[in-house]
Design a protein around this ligand. Structure first.
Ligand code: ADP
Ligand code: MG
Length: 849
């Protein structure tokens, strides 16, 4: 039975209340509180049945048919709710707003909060990751993207060109889980984000116009950015419905502040997770994350995804690492102190929103306890910032909150003795009465002579006297025992004095719980006053946590301080890939990357498995590490600040968008070509592989020429088209390098060493033999190869002319000269030999004439 088909004139009042509420939240599942359960009705119930495996039942609601229903117990609803939210549903909690015990008729109910992917505040979230909710506002000529992690209170704004791809890139790169978009926004974008990136999207235009959150956008002097914040706020406030005063003023992200790359590059370089297993292990983040706090870990991740371009700040960070390395004892003390700091940011969101428990406050207290230590160390290190020591707040929490308080706030046991005399008095009344009862039991046994007389307690009858069946005949009327319950083995009685004490105990109990709750809330309000100081402390702690982690990594792996130059020269000596190095340990072969002003493009050749891709990634990762302020894996490193990194690495990692590999290659090449500047870094790994040889080769060449002539970005370009190496003749800023390999007894031996010049042999078949293909097959492949090589020698000149060189018609001659040149290694011949060769070449040329 569907909600829409229901005759609302016939339906029961409660179900009418339900439908009225559901009308206001049509796209949201309603958890409707009914006694001890949250119930779902109609279509929601069907979803509950399907997604959670709940039993589908029905409820009479005055209609002919019963209304489909299923429910979850109220004390255990959270896990069910999380599961639905995880699957992309929005779930609204509808509570009873009045106490059913004291209300005549039907209780009022209302939605107290809506939980969605982007607005979760529960503690199940990954503490090492941010959970972003975003808003897109379409201004015709630009987009404004505003996003926030409401669990930590960070808020960001940015303006993006009115370009669909750029917008999608920003959103996906930042791993935003949920978006609200203004109605104007192109539905194609909405669909792409929903379908390919699994982002939960709501289309609304509302702006939050009240001024109680003005502080979040007061600093923004662009009305478009302000609108973005108001747009996002409208949704947050509508779903959370609680105090969100921990959200911090918006920080504007401008593209010149950060080294920019897109989600593909992030993936290709395995910054956050590996391509193959989508695992954090063996990613750059995994390598660098030696942080001790959740805040530090999130900050590090943010930095890896958003490296800086500010030279001064980077040098400040290198200085910090240097200082930590020199003062390693202080640094170790600092790390030890940080180990005691809990996730203050998320704690503060619970303080303001109100879903805080006593254990949170104990964590806060334990964190504050180490503030003085951290403060003093930073002072001693002359660090440029310091945290505020909060002794008063510490004292308050120390004397008030019980160390082993329960998670719920309605059971008492929250507050320590000595904090409130009123509470202590109630507690002593309670315990006196409990003592009385113990004594009473003792005295009754003696008075009655019934040795196994017991005083017990249960919720229905309160305190009672229990006497076993065999002793019942001994009970005398004059004792005034009042029989209440008969069980198989015993009977239970009450007496007036027992009732009187029971009233006192239960009365005190109730008062204690109420009072403890009230005291707890007062303490929470007190803590709330420290929100901005604590947030500021958190930021500093996150920063030093990240910096000590980077120091530890630098120390353990012998990284060095990079030198940021204002020139465009890249000089890296003995560079390593920090993650590959971790895996293969001492076997890693370090390599130089030298690209001075006279070189913009390195064309890298070499057999499969030689290490081309690794060499390229190594440079990009070194750049990223340097631009987050880390030391780098090399013996010497001098690099400029890069504005962007573009990559095309690997072939088949893009199943998601449905484009062919070749299409993706070309799209990514296009992005690089249209957006790169001469301050960018471009990595093209075997570009053009996805199409027929000549197509691919021609495109590769054209792209290289274009980058060379029009962009001038530093570019690493690996290729298996050896024909491309002749480009060095035409393009003065292109250099050939190759990754060397040896052939010994027909077996290939990888040296992984990058050397100058081109390699002209493909070792594909040898690699295949390494993969243990059958011997006969390998031999046959060798035969075929010989055939092709002979054939292609005849064709070679044609290929070269048509593709690359405007040589004159006499191909024979030029190739002969070329052949000779190719066999020369200028580094290995004496000046005399060189002169002789020069004569020879000249003679060859003259012969032709
Ligand atoms: P290519 O791109 O040339 O096919 P890769 O870069 O994928 O080669 O490297 C293949 C393998 O060689 C890597 O998995 C790695 O184990 C090893 N390797 C690469 N570079 C090095 C190096 N510099 N030192 C040691 N081993 C390396
Ligand atoms: Mg490769």
């Amino acid at each position: 039975m569907n909600r829409k088909d229901v005759d609302r004139n016939k339906i029961s009042p409660m179900m009418k209340q339900y439908l009225d509420i559901k009308d206001k939240y049509p796209d949201t599942l309603i958890f409707y509180r009914l006694g001890d359960f949250y119930e779902m009705f109609f279509e929601d119930a069907v979803i509950g049945n399907r997604e959670l495996g709940l039993t589908l039942t029905g409820r009479n609601a005055g209609l002919e048919e019963r209304v489909p229903m299923c429910g979850v117990p109220h004390h255990a609803y959270v896990s069910y709710l999380d599961k639905l939210v995880e699957k992309g549903y929005k779930v609204a909690i509808c509570e009873q707003m009045q106490d059913p015990k004291t209300t005549k008729g039907m209780v009022d109910r209302d939605i107290v909060q809506v939980v969605t992917k982007g607005t979760r505040l529960d503690s199940d979230l990954d503490e090492k990751d941010n959970n972003y909710l975003g808003s897109v506002y379409d201004f015709d000529y630009c987009y404004v993207l505003t996003f926030s992690d409401i669990t930590t209170g960070y808020l960001y704004s940015m303006i993006i060109d009115h370009d669909k791809e750029k917008l999608v890139k920003e959103i996906t790169k930042r791993n935003i889980k949920e978006l609200i978009v203004s109605d104007k926004t192109d539905r194609e974008i909405v669909q792409e984000l929903r379908e390919f990136y699994d982002i939960l999207i709501t289309i609304i235009d509302d702006l939050y116009e009240e001024d109680n959150y003005e502080g979040l956008y007061k600093n923004l002097n662009d009305i478009r950015l302000v609108t973005g914040v108001k747009h996002l706020l409208s949704y947050i406030i509508n779903t959370k419905k609680g105090d969100l005063s921990h959200i911090q003023p918006s920080e504007v992200i401008t593209s010149d502040k950060y080294l920019i790359f897109d989600v593909h590059t992030k993936r290709n370089l395995e910054l956050i997770e590996t391509i193959r297993n989508k695992d954090r292990m063996y990613s750059l983040l995994w390598l660098l994350d030696k942080t001790k706090t959740a805040m530090g870990s999130r900050l590090l991740k943010y930095n890896i995804e958003n490296p800086l371009t500010d030279k001064e700040e980077l040098n400040r960070r290198y200085d910090t690492i240097e200082k930590f390395l020199n003062e390693f004892i202080l640094k170790e003390d600092l790390v030890r102190a940080l180990d005691n700091v809990y996730d203050l940011e998320r704690l503060l969101s619970r303080v303001s929103y109100g879903n805080l428990n006593a254990r949170d406050l104990i964590q806060l207290k334990n964190s504050i306890r180490v503030f003085p230590t951290i403060h003093d160390i930073l002072d001693e290190l002359k660090y440029n910032k310091n945290i505020e020591v909060l002794n008063e707040l510490y004292e308050l929490l120390e004397k008030s909150i019980n160390e082993d308080a329960p998670v719920t706030l309605k059971e008492g046991s929250l507050i320590k003795e000595g904090y409130s005399s009123e509470l202590d008095e109630l507690k002593s009344i309670r315990s006196n009465s409990k003592d009385f009862i113990l004594k009473f039991e003792q005295e009754e046994r003696e008075r009655t002579g019934i040795k196994n007389l017991k005083v017990g307690y249960n919720k229905v009858f309160g305190y009672y006297i229990e006497i076993s069946k065999s002793n019942i005949p001994l009970v005398k009327d004059e004792w005034k025992y009042d029989r209440k319950q008969t069980l198989v083995n015993c009977e239970r009685f009450i007496t007036p004095i027992l009732k009187e004490k029971e009233n006192i105990i239960l009365g005190a109990e109730e008062k204690i719980i109420d009072l403890e709750y009230k005291l707890f809330m007062n303490i929470r309000d007190e803590v709330k006053k420290y929100t901005s100081i604590l947030q500021n402390n958190s930021k500093i702690i996150a920063e030093i946590d990240m910096m000590t982690a980077l120091t530890t990594v630098a120390e353990e792996n012998s990284y060095i301080r990079p030198n940021i130059t204002d020139e465009r020269d890249i000089i890296i000596k003995n560079g390593r890939h920090p993650v590959v190095e971790k895996v293969i340990k001492d076997n890693y072969v370090s390599n130089d990357v030298i690209m001075r002003d006279d070189v913009n493009i390195l064309l890298i050749t070499g057999p499969n498995m030689a290490g081309k891709s690794t060499y390229m990634r190594q440079l990009a990762i070194t750049v990223i590490m340097a631009q987050i302020g880390s030391f780098v894996p090399a013996k010497e490193c001098s690099i400029p600040i890069f504005d962007r990194i573009f990559t095309r690495i690997g072939a088949s990692d893009d199943l998601v968008s449905g484009d062919s590999t070749f299409m993706i290659e070309m799209k990514e090449a296009n992005t690089a070509i249209s957006e790169a500047t001469q301050n960018s870094l471009i990595l093209f790994d075997e570009l053009g592989r996805g199409t027929a040889t000549y197509d691919g080769m021609s495109l590769a060449q054209a792209i290289l020429e274009y980058i060379h002539d029009n962009i001038g970005a530093k570019t690493l370009f690996s290729t298996h088209y050896h024909e491309l190496t002749v480009l060095a003749n035409d393009l003065p800023k292109l250099r050939n390098v190759h990754v060397s390999a040896n052939l010994e007894d027909g077996k290939i031996n990888f040296l992984h060493k990058v050397k100058n010049g081109a390699v002209d042999k493909s070792y594909g078949i040898h690699v295949a033999s390494l993969a243990k293909l059958p011997k006969s097959l390998i031999e046959r492949a060798d035969e075929i190869l010989d055939m092709y090589e002979n054939k292609s020698k005849k064709e070679q000149t044609f290929t070269q002319t048509s593709l690359f060189l405007d040589f004159d018609e006499d191909k024979e001659k030029s190739s002969k000269i070329e052949e000779k040149l190719k066999n020369i290694n200028p580094l290995e011949i004496t000046p005399i030999e060189a002169l002789n060769i020069l004569y020879e070449l000249k003679r060859d040329l003259d012969d032709k004439k």
